[in-house]
Design a protein around this ligand. Structure first.
Ligand SMILES: N[C@@H](CCC(=O)N[C@@H](CS)C(=O)NCC(=O)O)C(=O)O
Length: 195
């Protein structure tokens, strides 16, 4: 059985959500980042970690990609143009959404107090708003980023939009607010959120 290490308030939510979408059984170990239960599997102390067959896999995008490839769902096959477009969207979200939110978090509560730059948050919010406009131009028609089919970057986007609301980063694009409302109604999302 898969094991997911990391609190559901962290990026571990992405792994929990994907496993719920796949209908795969798993054990959730809600360890905090940098705790002993994490460091033994990831020397960086970061979550999430997925353990499969005794092997730890770190980084939420690697975990999502592994699970999607392994079960042949929520992904286009490797080596196809659709997969290239899917991976390009994933990379865009990591560069422009995840990175801005994570940098804001680092300068709010992760870094030692004396290294935090409070003013950086305004710059990151501006970048986040600009990136939303770019993303909307890249979204296909249909309920998901790539159209009719939900894929790995939908999980990253759904999680980043949730994260944005918690971090008080405004969602300025109505299409993204509607997207979040819609994706939050998925039973698999709700089961993962209940964790
Ligand atoms: N790129 C990694 C980032 C992992 C990460 O930074 N996780 C945060 C929690 S969401 C963490 O463990 N932070 C602790 C730290 O940076 O020391 C991923 O997507 O899993």
């Amino acid at each position: 059985m898969y094991r997911v290490i990391g609190t559901a308030r962290s990026r571990a939510f992405r792994a929990l959500w994907m496993l719920e979408e796949l209908g795969q059984p798993y054990q959730h170990i809600p360890a905090n980042p940098r705790s002993e239960g994490v460091a033994q599997f990831n020397p960086a102390g970061k979550v999430p970690v997925l353990i499969d067959d005794g092997t730890p896999i770190t980084d939420s995008t690697a975990i999502l990609t592994y699970l999607a490839d392994r079960h042949g769902q929520f992904t286009h096959p490797a080596g196809t143009l659709d997969r290239a477009r899917q991976d390009s969207l994933t990379q865009f979200l990591l560069d422009e959404f995840d990175a801005a939110l994570w940098l804001a978090a680092r300068h709010s509560f992760v870094l030692p107090k004396e290294l935090r730059l409070a003013a950086i948050k305004n710059t990151l919010m501006w970048e986040f708003e600009t990136s939303q406009k770019t993303l909307v131009h890249r979204m296909a028609d249909g309920p998901f980023l790539m159209g009719e089919r939900m894929t790995v970057p939908d999980i990253i986007l759904g999680h980043c939009l949730d994260w944005a609301l918690i971090a008080r980063f405004p969602i300025v694009e109505a299409r993204l607010s509607d997207y979040l409302d819609r994706i939050r109604q998925r039973p698999a999302y709700q089961r993962a959120a209940a964790a």
